[in-house]
Design a binder for this molecule. Structure first.
Ligand code: ZN
Length: 172
């Protein structure tokens, strides 16, 4: 936990979930220390390109990368096709955290958190690969990894009560 800045009880719950699911890594968490999007680095006076590494058309920020970048929107579109609940268009980060910490019969909190964690990890990874290597994987290919991660994690924890029926809520 020492590697992460946790700014609210809800983000703390997401972090705790990741630890419990055994999937925590430096990139998975929501506010990894040592990596910050361009808007934050720029606000500290660092000279960095401020345009989004992926789409180049908007200023880079956490909310843009995860919620409104064309890359993330394609991933969210695929996620909406697989979840059996209406996933809202998130206006900001707190919206996303609020949704991921909520639960409904068709989309339990464990599944929402698992999906958000996989998406955040994948988008950070693609952003860094573009920033450092000028390489990007098409979003539909990245979604295949997200899908596989969700399925593998549910399978790995299927003996736990809260994960037992999760696969029935993720359409494959
Ligand atoms: Zn973008």
């Amino acid at each position: 936990m020492a590697n992460f800045i946790v700014t609210s009880e809800m983000e703390y719950r997401v972090v705790r979930f990741n630890v419990a699911a055994g999937t925590l890594s430096n990139l998975v968490c929501l506010r990894p220390r040592g990596y910050q999007p361009a808007d934050r680095l720029s606000s500290w006076g660092m000279q960095v390109p401020t345009a989004c590494c992926i789409c180049s058309t908007n200023p880079e920020s956490r909310d843009h990368l995860m919620l409104s970048c064309s890359f993330a929107l394609t991933l969210w579109s695929e996620i909406r096709r697989r979840l059996q609940c209406a996933v809202p268009a998130f206006s900001d980060w707190s919206d996303l955290i609020q949704w991921s910490c909520s639960s409904s019969p068709a989309a339990p909190m464990q599944l929402r958190m698992l999906v958000v964690q996989a998406l955040v990890y994948s988008v950070w990874r693609q952003r860094n690969n573009m920033f450092h290597n000028q390489l990007i994987t098409p979003p539909l290919v990245v979604f295949r990894d997200i899908n596989r991660h969700v399925i593998n994690t549910i399978n790995a924890f299927r003996t736990r009560k809260k994960f037992k029926d999760l696969m029935t809520f993720w359409l494959i």
